[in-house]
Ligand binder design. Structure first.
Ligand code: B1M
Length: 208
């Protein structure tokens, strides 16, 4: 089994202590950080499928997520790149009712590397909290809202509409597995991205 396959297999079964070392070994073997990250993203798809089919339950899903987060920590310095430019501050969070943060953290890392200062509000963020954070922080140019559940898509809509109703001059980007470009447009977001890499590109375009 290649090191990348080992990383994938160990993330799937939530081997939190083993994953960082395996990720490092995969890097030492010359594998690209993006390739290792993709293997871990693929693991989470497998975990999701196993959860859907009743083969595993929430605790197993949770430890797999923790294992992936530990692996991402090893890759972070290699993926984050140059953070010297300043495109202003980006407030980021996962919307109310939603506790998923792996995708949001990847998006945060990539947007930071595009040249934004990040203020991460975490998960389960009420709509009004985004507005407070825009007011509390200097030079906020962008708000990034993540949502992973079909049941929290209305919370995404509420977040965007509350930010827009505040009259504050910021752009709003949304994304997450159930979000489509059509839904993003329908709820009044200024931008949408399907993944972390394109979120960084889009974020830059939006504030240019
Ligand atoms: Co949850 N969960 N989960 N879960 N979970 C999903 C999302 C699910 C698809 C699994 C399944 O059934 N197959 C399903 C949702 C179904 C649906 O809504 N239709 C689901 C469910 C049902 C639930 C619970 C309701 C289960 C329960 O309690 N019965 C519960 C809800 C809790 C809550 O939030 N209130 C729940 C709980 C959890 C855990 C806490 C155990 C854990 C999360 C831990 C954590 O995040 N710290 C968890 C996990 C791990 C998953 C899966 C397996 C993996 C998610 C993940 O991290 N993927 C997931 C199945 C799956 O995704 N296939 C599942 C990897 C990550 C890199 O991808 O987050 O999609 P993703 O992010 C991508 C893009 O979406 C995009 O870029 C990212 C990187 O490229 N993106 C953006 C994300 N945000 C963006 C923002 C942007 C732009 C792009 O701009 C701002």
């Amino acid at each position: 089994m290649s090191k990348i396959q080992e990383v994938k297999a160990k993330v799937e079964i939530g081997k939190t202590k083993l994953v960082p070392g395996l990720v490092q070994e995969a890097l030492d073997e010359g594998n690209a950080p993006g390739e290792i990250l993709q293997a871990m993203v693929d693991s989470m798809s497998v975990v999701g499928e196993k959860f859907s089919s009743g083969e595993i339950f929430v605790p197993e899903m949770l430890i797999a997520a923790k294992a992936m987060a530990k692996g991402v920590d090893v890759l972070r310095p290699l993926l984050a790149g140059d953070t010297s430019a300043s495109l202003g501050t980006c407030i980021i969070g996962t919307v109310a009712g939603d506790l998923h943060d792996i995708g949001k953290n990847l998006v945060s890392m990539m947007i930071e590397s595009a040249g934004f200062t990040i203020v991460d509000l975490g998960v389960d963020v009420p709509a009004e909290r985004f507005v407070e954070a825009i007011k509390e922080n200097e030079n906020v140019t962008l708000v990034a809202c993540s949502g992973l559940l079909t049941t929290t898509m209305p919370a995404l809509k509420e977040a965007v509409q509350t930010i827009k109703a505040s009259g504050l001059d910021v752009k709003v980007i949304v994304g997450g597995a159930p979000v489509t470009p059509e839904y993003a447009a329908e709820i009044g977001a200024d931008g949408f991205a399907p993944d972390a890499g394109s979120a960084a590109v889009k974020a830059k375009e939006m504030v240019a």
